[in-house]
Ligand binder design. Structure first.
Ligand SMILES: Cc1cc2nc3c(=O)[nH]c(=O)nc-3n(C[C@H](O)[C@H](O)[C@H](O)COP(=O)(O)OP(=O)(O)OC[C@H]3O[C@@H](n4cnc5c(N)ncnc54)[C@H](O)[C@@H]3O)c2cc1C
Ligand SMILES: *[C@@H]1O[C@H](CO)[C@@H](O)[C@H](O)[C@H]1NC(C)=O
Ligand SMILES: *[C@@H]1O[C@H](CO)[C@@H](O)[C@H](O)[C@H]1NC(C)=O
Length: 383
């Protein structure tokens, strides 16, 4: 079997993290004559293609289909947040490039507005300089009291990005396939099982979202609604005193607008809760007047006539201490061959920020994998 000896890189997961990693790996392999023949194989149980309101078989676990999604920087006040800020900055640069070169890809440049009832020190100390240094996003401006709703003690705006998640993921998958990428639909019992899919696996990227059996992983349930609001021009988030949040995230390219939403750690319910729906929908619409370019209140018909297209429940694949990004090596059982090491680069546990950190994470995965791009034969001597 000649295919069994063909060197292959396997990526587990077709969410935003796996797709970004797959494209970065392809780009890296393309840099050198010696690695151009290496195959990239994407393995996943679930694949992009969901449209809220249309029949879908996606589970709540496939977080990438259920995200808003917008880029909303968080002040980098802890080591974990600083690490995420570095990834976010790289991602913002990539979105900037994609908006220019592939305006149909599902990413849109847009104004972001945030209202905080009880800002912590990180938010209070932010200014245009620190904001841009941490996020790469421009145009930070504090809002005056006349520009914010009642009860809000800090408001600011900046230039950011909104993503239509299913559309963007499909775009990335199409690009991967056009560039020669291969796919297998499979539910793996362990990342180590993936080594059995090909005879000569250089390494595996574990971008499975929650991972298998990592005790640090847990879901954070998010319930939102997709509405038919289609003319808003800003993404608005209100942080309430009690820790809850209201947000509006337009999904451009006929995706409606997401009104949300909940943040429920450890809640495994996959069905939408109707009381929750009424609450988040009503609360979300109170910030709708601030999602337009004109002055709040002057908008033609307020409150607007808005319809719910569908309920959304997704699980943010979260990990205590942040994403796991590291190489793990284990001896593999191989038939008719010398014992050999299997190498996995873990990239799971993105929590509520998978889109905004995606390209930074994928760059780090490729860096971590650096030496693993060499064919395994040349590493055999070390074992
Ligand atoms: C309501 C909501 C709002 C959100 N808003 C935002 C936002 O505004 N901005 C933002 O950046 N992020 C947001 N997120 C978070 C974002 O959706 C996640 O961080 C991101 O989707 C995680 O991507 P992932 O690729 O790690 O995992 P996933 O999207 O969950 O993908 C996992 C992939 O791995 C595959 N897989 C898993 N297990 C196996 C197995 N055993 N065998 C084979 N394949 C397997 C799955 O089939 C799937 O293809 C939001 C999430 C929710 C729920
Ligand atoms: C990813 O790695 C974690 C930790 O080893 C593991 O629990 C999980 O099974 C892995 N998932 C996949 C799909 O590789
Ligand atoms: C949304 O639905 C409502 C109720 O059906 C309707 O009145 C409104 O015009 C719709 N908005 C758009 C933008 O289609």
């Amino acid at each position: 079997m000649s295919s069994s000896s063909h060197p292959t890189v396997i990526i587990i997961g077709a969410g935003i993290i796996g797709l970004a990693c797959a494209l970065k790996v392809q780009a890296k392999l393309g840099e050198h004559e010696g690695t151009r023949h290496v195959e990239v194989l994407l393995v996943a149980c679930e694949w992009p293609g969901s449209m809220p309101g249309a029949p879908s078989t996606h589970s709540a676990d496939y977080a990438s289909m259920w995200a808003g999604a917008h880029v909303r920087p968080i002040p980098a006040t802890t080591p974990q947040l600083r690490r995420e800020a570095t990834w976010l900055k790289l991602t913002a640069a990539e979105f900037d490039r994609q908006v220019e070169t592939e305006p149909w890809c599902g990413v849109t440049r847009i104004a972001g507005v945030e209202f905080l009832e009880a800002p912590d020190r990180g938010y209070r100390n932010q200014d245009a300089g620190s904001f841009e240094r941490e996020s790469g996003l421009r145009g930070y401006r504090k809002l005056s009291p006349s520009e914010v709703p009642g009860g809000v003690s800090l408001g600011f705006e900046y230039e950011t990005f909104c993503i239509n998640p299913p559309l963007y993921c499909e775009h990335l998958l199409r690009r991967f396939l056009l560039q020669g990428g291969k796919t297998v639909q499979r539910e793996l019992k362990s990342e180590w099982e993936a080594f059995s899919l090909r005879g000569n696996v250089l390494f595996i990227v574990n971008a499975s979202g929650t991972g298998f059996g990592d005790p640090k992983c847990f879901p954070i349930r998010g319930q939102t609604v997709v509405t038919n609001l289609s003319d808003i021009t800003k993404t608005v988030t209100r942080h309430n005193k009690d820790g809850s949040r209201s947000f509006l995230i337009p999904r451009f390219f006929n995706g409606g607008t997401i009104v949300g939403g909940t943040v429920e750690p450890g809640d495994w319910r996959t069905e939408p809760d109707s009381a929750t729906r009424s609450r988040i929908f009503a609360a979300g619409l109170t910030i709708e007047p601030y999602a337009h370019d004109d002055t709040p209140g002057s908008h033609a018909e307020s409150p607007r006539n808005v319809k719910v297209v569908s309920d959304v429940v997704g699980r943010r694949p979260t990990r205590e201490g942040g994403m796991r990004l590291e190489v793990e090596e284990r001896a593999l059982v191989q038939h008719n061959r010398k014992p050999t090491a299997g190498r996995v680069v873990h990239a799971y546990g993105a929590g509520g920020r998978g889109y905004e950190v995606s390209w930074g994470v994928a760059s780090e995965v490729v860096e971590l994998a650096g030496p693993l791009f060499e064919p395994r034969a040349s590493l055999g001597a070390k074992l």
